[in-house]
Design a protein around this ligand. Structure first.
Ligand SMILES: NC(=O)c1ccc[n+]([C@@H]2O[C@H](COP(=O)([O-])OP(=O)(O)OC[C@H]3O[C@@H](n4cnc5c(N)ncnc54)[C@H](OP(=O)(O)O)[C@@H]3O)[C@@H](O)[C@H]2O)c1
Length: 531
């Protein structure tokens, strides 16, 4: 593939040229998987890059009793195992470890919040965190509403989303308070609305940071810079030139011991409602007037609102759901989903979903967006493929085609945004090969993130934690976005729940999904783009 060369020496830049105000980060659920895999390694990376404020503490909170030192030792082991910046640098770790603390409390125990308040008052005094607080809910979702309620009742939340600075001795402080809420945000429209209402009893919307870690990925943000920082693509980004768009989020693993959780979720709740609709909104939105948080999110929500409700009478031609049965993937045997531990007997939970969505606006009318996601597929890939129309006249009757010797169509241009892994962008074009004959072969122009910038992209959580400390909510989901996304998928989920296993297809683990899904897109005269 042709490599993109940078025309500047600046191959890497710090994540931000700003360092945030001093603050305390309170992690609820600090003995959990997310904390050790992502959050503390992200704090370490920020410390490594000099992006943490000088006045900073992180305090983990969970039920198990342990000392600050035991928590620090556990987190050091986690950074050793999961950081992208290994081997760990002891001097960087030691600086961070001095600001890591642990408070043992149950989420429903009022005395625990009093201990937390006392801790934060001390931290303001000793570390100069000035009453500024971020509460991170890395907990089971059932706990979100009660933690918010208890934080409010304990007077731990100020009503400022940003400055003025300076804490006071009560622990309520005069600083700002922000809350980061993990996914899943609700499990349907009514539970998402209820959680929003509960959250708003204590926090104002400007203080609420609903996380979708996809938005923290460099390659996802690159969708916006690619679209709106170059003038040659945007004029072609519409119904006149685009035939259709495919979004694929495939996972190569099965449920891997998480059957109990996954069986209550399924592919639409796990991937479509959040990550895939977020990707779609970035690909399809109109240019925002500015890059301010609300200007960007206004455009995202507008496009989500323009998606036509799924026609439930046409299940099978606009939606496909399926479950994997045993098969092999990369030489490993994957058992049938329904036989996995924790999965309910007779389960109808989809491990694969494909949806055909239409956006009813001037830019996209008539251009289908195909969303496809599944577990136990051949590869772990997230990508967006924008397929352009055929040229209006086929001058090259002898076009060569990789799968057919010769045929009277040519491979249309396709722009592929590779979100992960192998991050990059490629554009398929037709070129004349050497020789006397005029013919056409498909070739790829491409940009590979790692080759061009010489580094791997930073982890999404680094960017998102930093943005929250800086008070920048551009890459977080606003209330209306989350509710609009749920409003779109909830009727589909309800119809599927009512139908049970009727209409549920199956596919062997290690394949690209059920044959029903191939027929579904072939009926539109198109094919899946399998990486
Ligand atoms: N793991 C990931 O990579 C990932 C990715 C994206 C989103 N998320 C989301 O992040 C959240 C956390 O996920 P996770 O995988 O880290 O969960 P997890 O491993 O089950 O951890 C849950 C944490 O909550 C604590 N906890 C549970 N009930 C408690 C209670 N009543 N009082 C005090 N502490 C309690 C547990 O501590 P003790 O058991 O020690 O009390 C543990 O620290 C979930 O909403 C998940 O959907 C996770």
């Amino acid at each position: 593939m042709t490599r993109v060369q940078l025309l500047t020496d600046a191959t890497t830049q710090p994540l931000r040229d700003q360092v945030p105000d001093g603050c305390a980060l309170v992690i609820f659920g600090a003995s959990g998987d997310l904390t050790r895999r992502k959050l503390v390694p992200a704090l370490y990376a920020l410390a490594h890059d000099g992006l943490l404020p000088g006045r900073f503490v992180a305090v983990g909170l969970a039920r198990r009793e342990k000392s600050h030192q035991v928590f620090r030792d556990e987190m050091r082991a986690a950074v050793d195992q999961f950081s992208r910046l290994r081997p760990l640098k002891p001097e960087v770790w030691d600086r961070l470890a001095q600001r890591l603390y642990y408070v043992s409390a149950s989420f429903d125990d009022a005395a625990g919040y009093e201990r937390l308040r006392a801790f934060l008052v001390d931290a303001d005094r000793e570390h100069g965190t000035a009453g500024n607080r971020i509460f991170y809910l890395a907990t089971p979702p059932v706990a979100y509403a009660s933690i918010v309620d208890r934080l409010g009742a304990a007077g731990l939340v100020s009503d400022a989303w940003d400055g003025p600075r300076g804490g006071d001795a009560t622990g309520k402080g005069q600083g700002w308070s922000r809350i980061i809420i993990e996914k899943p945000f609700g499990r349907d429209l009514s539970t998402a609305r209820a959680l929003n209402a509960d959250t708003h009893k204590v926090f104002r919307e400007r203080q609420v940071y609903r996380i979708d870690h996809y938005l923290g990925k460099e390659t996802v943000q690159n969708i916006l810079t690619f679209r709106f920082g170059n003038s040659i693509f945007e004029p072609l980004w519409n119904r006149r030139y685009v035939d259709h768009v495919q979004l694929l989020v495939s996972e190569d693993l099965g449920v891997e011991g998480r059957g109990e959780y996954y069986d209550t979720a399924g592919a639409v709740r796990d991937m479509v409602q959040n990550h895939m609709l977020q990707l779609l909104s970035l690909v399809a939105m109109e240019p925002p007037a500015t890059f301010e948080p609300d200007a960007v999110r206004d455009e995202k929500v507008k496009v989500l609102r323009a998606i036509r409700p799924v026609d439930l009478t046409r299940a099978g031609s606009v939606t496909i759901r399926a479950q994997y049965v045993s098969g092999s993937q990369g030489g490993r045997k994957i058992p049938t989903y329904a036989d996995e531990p924790g999965v309910a007997e007779g389960t109808a939970t989809e491990t694969y979903a494909a949806l055909r969505l239409e956006i009813d606006n001037w830019r996209w009318a008539g251009v289908p967006f195909y969303l496809r996601t599944g577990k136990a597929l051949p590869k772990r890939v997230t990508e967006v493929a924008i397929q352009y129309r055929q040229p209006p006249l086929l001058l090259f009757a002898h076009a060569e085609h990789p799968r057919h010797e010769e045929r009277d169509v040519i491979e249309p241009n396709r722009l592929t945004l590779r979100i992960q892994p192998d991050e990059g962008i490629s554009l398929r074009v037709g070129l004349k090969p050497p020789g006397p004959r005029i013919s056409l072969v498909p070739a790829r122009l491409g940009f590979v993130y790692r080759d061009t910038f010489g580094v791997d992209p930073a982890e999404a959580y680094e960017r998102l934690l930093l943005d929250c400390m800086l008070g920048d909510s551009t890459l977080f989901i606003r209330r209306d976005e989350v509710e609009t996304a749920w409003a779109l998928v909830t009727p589909v989920l309800e119809a599927w729940a009512a139908a049970g296993r009727s209409g549920l297809a199956s596919y062997p683990a290690g394949s690209w999904g059920p044959t029903e899904a191939d027929r579904f897109i072939q009926a539109d005269g198109r094919e899946w783009v399998n990486p």
